[in-house]
Design a protein around this ligand. Structure first.
Ligand SMILES: *Cc1c(COP(=O)(O)O)cnc(C)c1O
Length: 351
């Protein structure tokens, strides 16, 4: 067995998170956002498990992601958030992959209707989708491209105390009623949107982060199960004296005699360098702080509190005890970034 850091991927946790999101969503179909290699967790792992759990519709960002996904879930409905280039249309048709139409120009392209696209209307994100100042042309656009889905995306769904989501929903409602009989099935909610309640669910929801065990708001964890458990091995143990420095830059000075474990993982594996002097890991049931800087392939941890620690011991970097959201918060970021940075070098073990 290799001493490389490893990801233990739990099918059961992924299924439970899917079922939970699906049950929160009432009658709405629960799709899955599976872009960026399923948020770094791996589509090879996630797609077949989600299909097995009853998921029938998937969203990715690019056509090549959709093609890879098609091989894993041959009968799924697959949408490409970023749409397609003209050169990609033929491949998409052959693989039954549906673009999301984000611009009026694309909606009016005569080749598009055959692809059963979704149409994305911007209701306040101001990022992707037909902008609000062009919504007087939506009836034309919808008549032309005959979308299978009308979608929009919430910018502040993780801040329910602010009025923005309600304003976006009102805008979405206005669009739906202006389309009348032309209005296709509709979709507004990501994970955080699902948690806002029934008025946000419409016909289809498209969660991502909750499926993989993260919360949309790291300050307010929502109790999704850890899909990823990240282990790394103690490669060496050293005793350091008071006043000794540890690691690059000598940024950490030992305040007293310490037992320090050097663990085989670093920022090249996606363990963020921002966790230098801030992260915590679980060693034989004890929470131990990172001392000194995270380097490319190694970190150093104060394990003075742990009796009987040995070289070769496996340590939890992230998982049921050291939650994704806690790691994200310590790194001053969000769970989405921690997951999507998970390195290509990590061993992956599916359980
Ligand atoms: C990524 C994405 C989602 C999923 O969002 P989560 O916050 O991860 O649930 C839904 N819709 C769109 C348009 C997205 O880009």
């Amino acid at each position: 067995m290799s001493r490389k850091p490893r990801l233990i991927l739990s099918k059961q946790a992924l299924v439970k998170n899917y079922q939970r999101l699906s049950s929160f969503s009432g009658k709405a179909e629960c799709a899955a956002s599976i872009k960026a290699n399923a948020y770094g967790v791996g589509i090879d792992f996630a797609a077949p498990v989600l299909w097995e759990a009853g998921c029938r519709t998937f969203f990715v960002a690019y056509l090549d992601e959709a093609i890879a996904l098609r091989a894993l879930v041959p009968d799924a409905v697959i949408y490409v958030f970023h749409g397609l280039t003209d050169q990609e249309v033929e491949t998409a048709l052959a693989s039954h992959i549906r673009p999301v139409i984000n611009t009026l120009g694309d909606a009016l392209n005569p080749a598009i209707a055959a692809l059963k696209p979704a149409i994305h209307v911007d209701t306040g994100m101001r990022r992707l989708g037909i902008p609000q100042y062009q919504h007087d042309q939506l009836i034309d656009a919808v008549s032309q491209c005959q979308p299978s889905l009308l979608m929009s995306h919430l910018a502040l769904a993780d801040e329910p105390e602010r009025p923005d989501s309600e304003q976006q929903r009102a805008q979405f409602e206005m669009i739906r009623s202006s389309l009348g009989m032309l209005c296709p099935p509709s979709s507004l909610a990501n994970t955080a949107g699902i948690l806002l309640g029934a008025p946000y669910h419409y016909d289809l929801v498209r969660p991502g982060i909750g499926l993989y065990g993260g919360s949309p708001n790291p300050c307010d964890p929502k109790g999704f199960e850890a899909v990823v458990t990240w282990h790394a091995q103690v490669i060496e143990l050293q005793q350091v004296r008071a006043g000794d420095t540890i690691g690059y830059g000598g940024s950490y000075v030992a305040p007293r005699q310490l037992s320090v474990a050097t663990i085989g993982l670093g920022y090249a594996d996606g363990y963020l360098r921002a966790l230098s002097g801030r992260g915590e890991v679980l060693v034989e049931g004890h929470r131990c702080p990172i001392v000194g800087r995270v380097s490319m392939d190694l970190i150093t941890v104060d394990v003075s509190a742990v009796k009987d620690i040995k070289e070769g011991t496996w340590v939890e970097m992230m998982g049921p005890a050291v939650s994704l959201d806690a790691v994200a918060q310590k790194a001053n970021t969000i769970g989405y970034e921690c997951l999507t940075r998970l390195g290509a070098r990590l061993e992956r073990v599916i359980v």
